[in-house]
Write a protein that binds this ligand. Sequence first.
Ligand code: BGC
Length: 419
Amino acid sequence: MLNSGNEFDFFYVLSVLTKYDYLTRYFIKMNAKTNRINLLLLCAVVATASACNSGDNSKEAESFNKTNTVSLNPKDFEKTIDGKETALFTLQNKSGAKAMITNYGGRLVSLFVPDKDGNLTDVVAGFDDVTGFKESAEPYYGATIGRVGNRMAKGKFTLDGNTYTIVTNDGQNTLHGGKKGFQDVVWDGKQVDDHTLELHYLSKDMEEGFPGNLDVKVTYELQDDNALKISYHATTDKNTVVNLTNHAYFNLNGEASGSILDHTVQIKADKYTPVDATLIPTGKIEAVAGTPLDFTKPETIGARIADKHQQLQHGAGYDHNYVLNQHGANDVVATVTGDKTGIVMDIYTEEPGLQFYSGNFMKSQNTMKGGHKDDHRTAFAMETQHFPDSPNQPAFPSITLKPGDTYQTTTTYKFSVKK
Ligand code: BGC
């Protein structure tokens, strides 16, 4: 485990001031409480190095002084849930970005990236303790979603001639894998190095109604080019269905900074899967051209969100699966830009679909980091995925996983700035 938040942040700042990154990493691996003398010695060395450093570090130092952050305390994430221990893990890269992840639900809690002025900005909505996530009226903040992300009609599907009944939790439908989906379980967390975290979960045969023991590994990697890469890997011992995603709620102007309606979005998708009033796909694949769902050219989220188009009525805004024109580990499928910070997020995915959700059901019900409410449309999600309700839609790409085969897919959220 890492040291407590204050100690960690203090040395993290020092590392940037001094560029003595290796010293900082060495410190992080030590237990500060039992190594007081080493700690003091290290402080002296780093502080001296800092004082000796020339003025060309001032820009970085300034950016850290202005970090737009709510300081999280890892202790507030240390609980026992379902007999397993939860924790907060911190990933950092050489450019100063930082990602904080809890193994409760495999959730991205905070993601700090630089804005156009070099200020580190937390672009992910979340809570400042694990209890906040557990008791939230909206269960999916930052979470790893499974076994089957998005909606499945009427809690049923047929596989190999067997009809399975799965737990419904969205009216008559199943949303994001049932009531106790992967967002609500404790994963085994293993921090591989300072920028990589592996999470593991064994989803038991018939959990939430799905057949087969599913062995799942999710790896978060914060790369030096400010890309957060999420790799998914799963195997099964019986034929089953799998569709994993991440449900980070982003606000590229900074979490709790207000409306996302002036963010600009571009999605490289000429088609989408229209839905009925319960947000289940009709089975058709239609063109976005000529509709307010067309984001093939950059447009603000708010420009057409109040349009009377029936699909926007069904979703109460954008809540639609886009059929990506191309999808591969090196394909940018969508780009979102924060109007105030200039923070640009490019999304790369191997998945064929992308759910763009504009936070329509956010209702100020939850108190988030720093005491802010999760007001209507103050964050959005971009969930890479196979299409919703795939097991019941023969024309959609299959999400069946068989024993001996491996489910493997990657999604990357890469951050840069537009000046
Ligand atoms: C769905 C929304 C839902 C939200 C819940 C999104 O993936 O598309 O309809 O309200 O998740 O968090």
